[in-house]
Design a protein around this ligand. Structure first.
Ligand SMILES: C[S@@+](CC[C@H](N)C(=O)[O-])C[C@H]1O[C@@H](n2cnc3c(N)ncnc32)[C@H](O)[C@@H]1O
Length: 280
């Protein structure tokens, strides 16, 4: 009898209560995320006006040709001009070591492994809830996780959650970081906090999805970690979706370009593109 009563209590009270609590928790988290996303839009608007890098000129100062191997154009990756920018950063700031938070197919780390001596990947292992298998299932695409992250100079650091990763296990001094893992406000904030603590403002940090018109709260998370003073050294890029922290020592000769409507006939950069198709 007691057992039956317990069962009835579970079905009609305990389970619905649990679901109700989880619903309210999720609603609160989503409201919090939305507030941070709206604040990010305002930050990006301000940066568009005052600290937006002229991408065409930035690339051209490094080279007028960029080879980007093995792009897949599969959803979940970055754009051609994001990758070209990363590569130009490594060449321009003479970065020997690279660390990325978030490796999916491995396009970014594959490109960087051709120029940096050592490339670290801090990403969800196959037993992590953030591993891309379930996302691939939802999108109905094959799971190509890390197909391209195979070069010998790539050091794999798997974790369940980068928010808990111990960066002291990496002894190298990292010259260039790319944060492209957990895109929630709390995820970007935690990754940025940990990397900021390790780099102490002395390394270049690039954030993907910084300029996504309200889809992510990356800009606000970065602002909340770096604070007013160091945020002065954060720039966005006029023609990709990255944000970048550039230490003062690298800031000479940076060409800026305010992003807003104008009738003025400004420089228009174009990129000749050739696709060379191959099977991997
Ligand atoms: C946008 S993709 C990164 C794409 C990558 N730049 C590339 O070219 O392959 C995000 C990656 O971050 C990982 N990720 C997301 N949240 C994470 C978390 N909290 N901890 C560790 N990895 C995470 C995902 O598994 C995914 O592989």
């Amino acid at each position: 009898m007691v057992r039956i009563l317990k069962k009835i209590f579970q079905i009609f009270f305990f389970r619905p209560m649990k679901e109700l609590l989880s619903f309210f928790r999720k609603r609160k988290a989503s409201r919090f995320e939305n507030v941070k996303k709206e604040a990010s839009v305002e930050i990006v608007k301000r940066l568009n006006d005052v600290r937006s890098l002229d991408l065409g000129r930035f690339l051209l100062n490094v080279s007028n040709e960029f080879f980007l191997p093995n792009l897949t154009f599969i959803i979940g990756g970055s754009g051609v001009l994001d990758y070209a920018f990363l590569k130009a950063c490594a060449l321009s700031f003479k970065c020997k070591t690279y660390l990325e938070v978030g490796t999916y197919i491995g396009e970014s780390i594959n490109i960087m492994s051709e120029i940096c001596e050592r490339c670290y990947s801090v990403t969800a292992g196959s037993d992590s809830p953030y591993y891309m298998r379930s996302w691939c299932k939802e999108e109905d695409i094959p799971n190509y996780s890390e197909f391209l992250a195979k070069a010998d100079n790539i050091i794999h650091c798997y974790c369940r959650d980068s928010k808990e990763f111990d960066y002291d296990t990496i002894r190298d001094k990292i010259d260039l970081y790319f944060i492209d893992g957990d895109h929630s406000y709390l995820g970007v904030k935690a990754d940025t906090e940990k990397i900021w603590k390790k780099s102490r403002g002395d390394s270049v940090i690039v954030w993907h999805d910084f300029k996504t018109k309200g889809r992510t709260a990356v800009a606000q998370a970065v602002y909340d970690v770096l604070g007013g003073e160091f945020f002065e050294d954060v720039f966005i890029v006029d023609n990709n979706i990255c944000g970048i922290y550039i230490p003062k020592k690298y800031q000479s000769n940076l060409e800026l370009n305010s992003v807003k409507f104008t009738e003025e006939r400004q420089t228009l950069w174009t990129y000749n593109t050739q696709l060379v198709i191959q099977k991997i």
